[in-house]
Design a protein around this ligand. Structure first.
Ligand SMILES: [Zn+2]
Length: 123
């Protein structure tokens, strides 16, 4: 736990320059989502110590920030390896793709939360 907290702090420090850039051209909501992707802090269960949390889409792999973009069962083309690479670019993501990807990711997280609620209740 201490170890992962430390790496999170290092990631945040590492994104200081990038954040200053994209904060200027994105809304605060999108900038925050981009920040969460870049620092691997998307509110996925795998990031909160429940390490055996499996991706609800493919039900094969551990659900990490990176996996959400790489999942073979993802149907949204705004959530892809390419958009992940763009979002974590050192200089900050491109404005248009960042806005679209941030919105897609928030939709994904909403959908995922609803899905988990159903699974927890009936699964
Ligand atoms: Zn998956």
């Amino acid at each position: 736990m201490q170890c992962s907290q430390k790496s999170k702090l290092q990631d945040i420090a590492g994104d200081e320059v990038g954040f200053k850039q994209y904060w200027k051209y994105l809304t605060w909501k999108n900038a925050r989502t981009v920040f969460e992707v870049r620092t691997n802090m998307l509110r996925s269960n795998a990031n909160y110590g429940q390490n055996d949390e499996i991706c609800y889409k493919c039900v094969k792999q551990k659900e990490t920030t990176k996996h959400i973009f790489e999942c073979e069962d993802s149907t949204d083309d705004k959530i892809s390896r390419e958009s992940y690479r763009d979002m974590i670019r050192k200089a900050g993501p491109r404005q248009d793709s960042a806005r679209q990807s941030a919105e897609a990711i928030r939709n994904y997280m909403d959908e995922r939360t609803k899905m988990k609620q159903i699974i927890n209740r009936f699964g």
